[in-house]
Design a protein around this ligand. Structure first.
Ligand code: SF4
Length: 431
């Protein structure tokens, strides 16, 4: 059977032109996806758990969905300060239920944003977001900057669908007519096709943004001969290219958000874009990783006013990144139970956080055995969004897309499992 116009549930590009061929419950061909998307759709999902598992002494035993869901609800109800973490690789519908559940429990809900583009959101809250859709970039942008990211490897179709190789309404031959500047601390696959590669010393991004702002404002005289390893000559050339562009688009990755300077880097980037908008049209977009991490920020914000790290312990929504973020709560050993949904903190969090996760009752909702599994007391496998579950996801530019399922393997979706846990919590809290 051939399924057309399917969505790739891997990265924030949410490519929506996939053609997937199935035979029974097997995916036999995926057309249009990149290697990452193809790998996920062709087979990585096959290694999922067959049923929920629960700790049995030092080992594991199989459990029914009823038993595992009842255990998860009991753990959350017994906790004084439960942490609900993850939410970036699941449906918007599940994210909404998670927020309602955290509110009723008086717990904290945080998404993987706090360890990736959290600083971007802090900067946007301070100085605004001059953003646009990826369609605008494809059709209009004649100059693109990738700063501290490597889309060729992390978002492999970003350049072919929206920038370097994507012809648009106003760019009939994009590869010839659209200029590409790549700023990074090292050479990469992406730098090899750039018109200008700007090699910045690690930690020097803030200074380079500040120098470019001065140059764009006509104050090149205050810029020293080199800034963070970049010559003034190259900076002046880039400043001129940016001013002369008809429409410029700046994309950046976690190489900027997690470098020294953190959210101040992004603030300076936004202010550079603001400066350039006095001469021409410029926009800025974070390159989001997990396919629906942007959705977690949207859903949390509609429901609470805050995009991540929302703490309901005061009976109202409270948000203070650095205090209410998952890593900080775990490092302080503050939470006494944890529900992890569709993420793998075992592979990313600091050791002290993982030690605490292993000590408290932690429940994982995830289709596959992951690095987080050994830290948990119970794991509930679910359907994979975009394969055997459907739901809403937000592309990196904020466009909501309905992710369709194309097969049914009998697993409940994240939305269904979280809904059933929430129902049991409501029965106790609001009998
Ligand atoms: Fe999937 Fe991202 Fe590749 Fe598109 S670029 S096919 S969304 S992994």
């Amino acid at each position: 059977m051939i399924h057309r116009d399917m969505i790739c549930p891997f990265c924030g590009c949410l490519c929506d032109d996939l053609v997937i061929t199935t035979e029974g419950n097997e995916v036999v061909q995926v057309d249009n996806a990149c290697t990452l998307g193809t790998h996920k759709l062709m087979g990585a999902w096959k290694n999922r758990l067959k049923n929920p598992i629960m700790r049995n002494g030092g080992g594991w035993r199989d459990a029914s969905y009823e038993e595992a869901i009842e255990y998860a609800a009991g753990v959350l109800l017994d906790a004084d300060r439960p942490l609900l973490y993850g939410w970036s690789s699941t449906q918007g519908e599940a994210q909404g239920l998670g927020v309602s559940m955290a509110e009723l429990l008086g717990g904290v809900i945080d998404s993987t944003t706090s360890v990736c583009h959290g600083p971007s959101i802090l900067a946007i809250q301070e100085v605004g977001h001059p953003g646009c859709t990826l369609g605008q970039v494809k059709n209009r942008a004649d100059l693109v900057i990738y700063w501290a990211c490597n889309p060729t490897e992390a978002h492999p179709r970003h350049m072919s669908r929206y920038t370097t190789y994507a012809d648009g309404f106003f760019l009939e031959n994009a590869f010839r007519d659209r200029k590409l500047i790549v700023v990074d601390v090292r050479k990469s696959e992406t730098t090899s096709i750039a018109d200008e590669f700007v090699k910045v010393k690690p930690g020097g991004d803030y200074a380079v943004f500040a120098a470019l702002r001065a140059i764009v404002r006509g104050r090149a005289d205050v810029v020293p001969d080199t800034v963070a390893g970049v010559t003034k000559e190259q900076l002046v050339r880039i400043g001129e290219m940016c001013k002369e562009a008809k429409f410029g688009a700046l994309f950046f990755g976690v190489g900027l958000t997690m470098a020294p300077g953190k959210y101040k880097n992004i603030r300076n980037a936004i202010e550079l874009v603001d400066e350039l908008n006095r001469y021409t049209k410029w926009t800025l977009t974070p390159l989001r990783g997990h396919y629906n991490v942007h959705g977690s920020n949207e859903v949390f914000t509609w429901m609470t006013g805050y995009p991540y790290a929302v703490d309901f312990s005061r009976q109202i929504a409270f948000y203070n990144p650095g205090e209410t973020t998952a890593v900080d709560i775990l490092a302080r050993k503050e939470c006494d139970a944890c529900l992890i949904v569709a993420s793998d903190p075992g592979a990313h969090f600091p050791k002290a956080c993982l030690e605490h996760l292993a000590k408290i009752p932690t429940v994982l909702i995830d289709p596959m055995h992951t690095v987080t599994t050994p830290l948990c007391r119970c794991q509930i496998p679910t359907a994979v969004n975009g394969i055997d579950a459907g739901g809403t996801a937000y592309r990196m530019d904020g466009v909501p897309i309905h992710v369709k399922k194309f097969m049914d393997l009998g697993y409940p979706s994240d939305t269904e499992v979280i809904g059933r846990i929430f129902e049991q919590i409501k029965e106790v809290k609001h009998p």
